[in-house]
Design a protein. Structure first.
Length: 139
């Protein structure tokens, strides 16, 4: 009989200023991967403090927010903690994608319109965390 590997619980911090995204995304993500504990944050100015206080496994941040853009926010987070970060955006152009990768952000994901595609997002979150851990172990 083949054994099924149970996915480890991951703590995800989702930062987005859109209330609809903050209420919908965790529900749909948990449908695809119940071992993702998603905490939402609408105020990006509190993100650095949250990351310092809680051992998140990964941060997913929206790009376009009123007070700060996701690139600047993730740079600030990475200055204080070595944590995988994903930029999650509705803007999907090559220039932003290149800037994301040049900043050392771990992944860039275009916002999903179809809820059935959230399995892709949860898979990319797990893959990003796995790659980050492998790189830390390699060093």
């Amino acid at each position: 009989m083949e054994q099924v590997e149970i996915a480890e619980m991951l703590n995800v911090l989702l930062i987005d200023d859109e209330p609809m995204q903050l209420s919908l995304i965790p529900l749909v993500m948990n449908h695809f991967d119940p071992n993702l504990k998603v905490e939402v944050l609408a105020d990006p100015s509190k993100a650095v403090e949250k990351v310092l206080k809680f051992p998140y496994d990964v941060v997913v941040a929206d790009y376009s927010m009123p007070e700060v853009n996701g690139l600047s926010l993730i740079k600030a987070i990475k200055e204080i903690r070595d944590i995988p970060c994903i930029l999650y955006t509705g803007r999907g152009n090559d220039e932003l994608k290149m800037a994301t990768l040049a900043c050392g952000i771990d992944d860039y994901i275009k916002k999903i319109d179809n809820p059935s595609e959230f399995g892709i997002l949860t898979g990319r979150i797990r893959a990003t965390v796995r790659r980050h851990r492998e790189m830390k172990n390699f060093k």
